[in-house]
Design a protein around this ligand. Structure first.
Ligand SMILES: Cc1ncc(COP(=O)(O)O)c(C=O)c1O
Length: 410
């Protein structure tokens, strides 16, 4: 798809202060930088395309047990309670599901939100406030940064997974919140959770861990990375998008029952936006049982991740930043990343282009997210595609390749 939006079009339809921003998108970025192509618009997809852009890690979409639970809920619906979750009564279906999901994660209680975004914004907003430092890993998800903004708190970033830098920042700014992802969404790197817990305890900070990409896929029965390390009682809050391994649309916060009561009177996304619907709850209810029993799918997913990472690094791709099912191929500047995405598509491999604001400006990348349903032929196809295009994409000169070479020299 090409975008040929004339400058004068924006200027005739929108006031200057909006038109200038739209120009940055349509003119500076799409037309001038990317030659008229949108970074996220795929080329037509053949029937046998290998899709590595979704987050349904355990392939739950269409799973008969889940679909039938949802259909049954729709058929027996007696009229939905379309209202804010603050009005839900004790013992409601949502509250029962919240307890079930909390048990699954080894937590006392929990809160369902409309999305992972709403969970993170709402949680940070209820904990932090003006003058309170919130320490965020530079790669922490955008929704966590948004929560800091919404709280009017002080964002203090620390270098990705760099515990020395975090401690330096703590010494400068004092007690507050520490906010990380358990498994980072752009490159599949894992947070040093045990160290983070110790630092939080020593410094009197509260710790929030976003498990969006590890809940369901990691830990005992899919309970996540915090549970895998036996840290469930020492991490104050875990959040998750249920639009990944749980393949639905919601978010979750693990917490104490005492905190939950406060949260529902204080979190703006909880108060001013309506609760989930019955059939959505039914999906997640069935999904918890399915996921808890899905050790085979988890093992397959992890084996795929190990294999692809090994093969890609043997081909010279720098995938050393991460270790799990999210793999970043990182050319750097957007035009190079767009070229990479399209060349992969020519080989039938469809990844997702990540660029600003999801990455720093010249650190754009193609993200390949794996799932447990990939078969041997598809894995071979991905490797073959990455092998074939190395010369065409100039892999040797990518900034990530240069970083790898530097590391090898140290
Ligand atoms: C780490 C992380 N947290 C939160 C979210 C937001 O989740 P949702 O899509 O459910 O709003 C995402 C989704 O992109 C994510 O990757």
């Amino acid at each position: 798809m090409t975008y040929a939006i004339a400058e004068h079009q924006a200027h005739s339809l929108f006031p200057d202060f909006v038109a200038r921003r739209m120009d940055l998108h349509y003119v500076t970025r799409i037309a001038q930088l990317l030659g008229g192509e949108h970074p996220h618009a795929w080329q037509p997809t053949p029937a046998n395309a290998v899709f590595l852009a979704g987050n349904d890690y355990l392939c739950l979409a269409g799973e008969p047990a889940l679909v039938s639970a949802q259909v049954k809920a729709l058929q027996h619906s007696q009229g939905e309670m379309l209202m804010s979750a603050v009005y839900l009564q004790e013992g409601s279906a949502q509250h029962r599901l919240e307890r079930k999901l909390a048990r699954f994660m080894g937590a006392e209680d929990g809160i369902l939100a409309q999305s992972g975004w709403a969970a993170n914004v709402g949680l940070v907003q209820t904990l932090a406030g003006p003058g309170i430092p919130v320490y965020l890993d530079m790669q922490a998800h955008a929704s966590l940064w948004e929560g800091v903004q919404s709280a009017g708190a002080l964002p203090v970033s620390f270098l990705h997974n760099d515990m020395e830098h975090l401690q330096k920042q703590l010494q400068r700014h004092g007690r507050g919140l520490i906010v990380v992802d358990a498994l980072y969404s752009t490159n599949g790197s894992v947070a040093p959770l045990a160290e983070l817990v110790e630092i939080a305890e020593r410094s009197g900070c509260m710790l929030i861990v976003d498990e969006s990409h590890s809940l369901g896929t990691h830990g005992p029965r899919g309970a996540g990375l915090v549970a895998a390390l036996g840290l469930s009682d020492r991490v104050h809050f875990r959040t998750a998008s249920l639009a990944k391994a749980f393949a639905g649309r919601a978010g979750f916060i693990s917490c104490s029952s005492y905190f939950k009561g406060y949260f529902l009177s204080e979190s703006r996304p909880a108060i001013f936006s309506s609760c989930l619907l019955g059939h959505e709850l039914a999906w997640f209810d069935a999904a918890i049982d399915f996921i808890a029993a899905a050790d085979d799918r988890r093992a397959t997913l992890h084996a795929h991740a190990r294999e692809l990472r090994e093969e890609l690094s043997a081909l010279g791709y720098n995938v050393s930043d991460g270790s799990e099912q999210i793999i970043a191929l990182e050319p750097g500047p957007e035009p190079k990343t767009l070229a990479l995405r399209k060349l992969l598509e020519n080989h039938g491999v469809y990844g997702a282009m990540f660029c600003a604001p999801a990455t720093p400006k010249n650190r754009s990348l193609v993200r390949l997210t794996l799932n447990s349903g990939l078969d041997r032929a598809q894995l071979a196809r991905i490797i073959h595609a990455c092998d074939e295009i190395r010369g065409q994409v100039g892999l040797e000169n990518w900034s990530s390749t240069r970083r790898l070479r530097k590391l090898a020299l140290v």
